[in-house]
Design a protein around this ligand. Structure first.
Ligand code: PLP
Length: 398
């Protein structure tokens, strides 16, 4: 006789559909969903090896690099961050991390745990770092590595990376860039900008599920890895071993998440079919429409206008609007998920993401209409239809 316990059998999975307009995950592209129903192959099947090679080649095109070591880590974006740091830093080495938000802070914490001597360069949330300031920092500290976030998802601020590569080379410093929210939404020119290592994720600009962290490592960073005096502290994230699996040798390291690779392959196909420039222009256009709508509703965003990301908008909540209740209404009445604030902006901003597949007019109209209704009911009066009309005007004129 078996013991009598309440049955743990859960009901069939059947969640109410949502429109994911937060900081990620965004909705999967329908073609990604379809790709994920492809039957599994063995992870060393010649067909799968070809799929891996194709995925890497497309990833290089999307990162705009010829770096041989370009592959997706079996982890989310944070795993990509950790893989870069743990391979590039040895205990006791000096690094500089520039932070103006939650994800910069995460990089600081990870670098500390790698045993690095971390110099933190702090900027107000929503602000960015000028190249001149970075030059001074490098001159003063001469670090082995400089870490910085390209698209700070906690604030919606875009950090210009284009001049930092040559600067870092002058001081023999490696440049590590967090491209988690930028890849697939705004330009990431790894070779032209002389970025030494970059990482991203699958669930934001690439419209796949969370689970892979695409990354790329250039020759200078490879050399730093070769010259290590101590073994990489993480077995799972050891890039040299991962490279033997993803590279020509095909030495088993761990089982690649086959279905996730199918998804990423399709996500990358979608990016390249559309074309990088067309994709970036689409993100800009939908962002302009959203911003016009937000302004018409009387709302403003956290980041300065000149550095506002097109894919993530941190909307400052008006006085008297309750964060938790408001987002609950967006979710329950409109099926729309937006993100709450992080860190010092917890309870003070809503983060609206228009990433990859979700950067489209229907998402802009839906979120503006829903915001108007919810804010009005919370006592913040915005004139009826003004947000949607302002967005419409942007589309009509561009
Ligand atoms: C989302 C995000 C991360 C973390 O990625 P996960 O996939 O959640 O692990 C890191 N950096 C930035 C800028 C992000 O937006």
């Amino acid at each position: 006789m078996s013991t009598v316990l309440p049955s743990p059998l859960a009901g069939q999975l059947n969640p109410v559909p949502r429109l994911l307009l937060g900081p990620g995950p965004g909705d999967m592209h329908p073609r990604v969903i379809a790709a994920m129903t492809t039957p599994l192959l063995g992870h060393l099947d010649p067909q799968f090896l070809l799929i891996m090679a194709e995925t890497q080649e497309m990833l290089r095109a999307v990162f705009q690099t010829r770096n041989e070591l370009t592959l997706p880590i079996s982890a989310t974006g944070s795993g990509g961050m950790e893989a870069c740091l743990v391979n590039l830093i040895e205990p006791g080495e000096r690094v500089v991390i520039c932070t103006a938000g939650y994800f910069g802070d995460r990089m600081v914490e990870m670098a500390r745990r790698c045993g690095a001597e971390v110099h933190v360069e702090q900027e107000r949330w929503g602000q960015t770092f000028a190249a001149d300031r970075i030059r001074q920092i490098l001159q003063r500290t001469r670090p082995k590595l400089l870490g910085i976030v390209n698209a700070e998802t906690s604030t919606g601020a875009w950090q210009d990376i284009s001049e930092l590569g040559p600067l870092c080379r002058e001081f023999d410093t490696l440049l590590l860039v967090d491209c988690v929210t930028s890849l697939g939404c705004t330009p990431v020119n790894v070779d032209a900008w002389q970025i030494d290592a970059a990482f991203s994720c699958s669930q934001k600009g690439l419209s796949c599920p969370p689970g892979l962290a695409p990354m790329t490592v250039g020759p200078r960073a490879m050399e730093a890895i070769r010259r290590r005096k101590t073994p990489v502290r993480s077995w799972y994230l050891d890039l040299t071993a991962l490279h033997s699996y993803w590279g020509a040798e095909r030495v088993y390291h761990h089982t690649a998440p086959i279905t996730m690779v199918y998804a990423l392959r399709e996500g990358l196909r979608l990016v390249l079919e559309e074309g990088l420039d067309a994709r970036f222009a689409r993100h800009q256009r939908n962002a302009r429409a959203l911003q016009a709508g937000l302004q018409a509703l009387g709302l403003r965003t956290l980041a300065d206008e000149h550095c506002q990301l097109p894919q993530l908008h941190a909307v400052v909540l008006p006085e008297g609007v309750n964060d938790v209740q408001g987002r609950k209404r967006l979710l329950e009445e409109f099926g729309i998920e937006v993100g709450g604030g992080l860190g010092e902006y917890k309870g003070r901003v809503w983060r609206i993401g228009l990433m990859g597949y979700n950067s489209r007019p229907s998402c802009v109209f839906q979120v503006l209409a829903a915001l108007e209704k919810v804010l009005n009911d919370c006592g913040f009066k915005c004139s009826p239809g003004s947000g949607v009309a302002a967005a419409e005007a942007v589309y009509a004129s561009s």
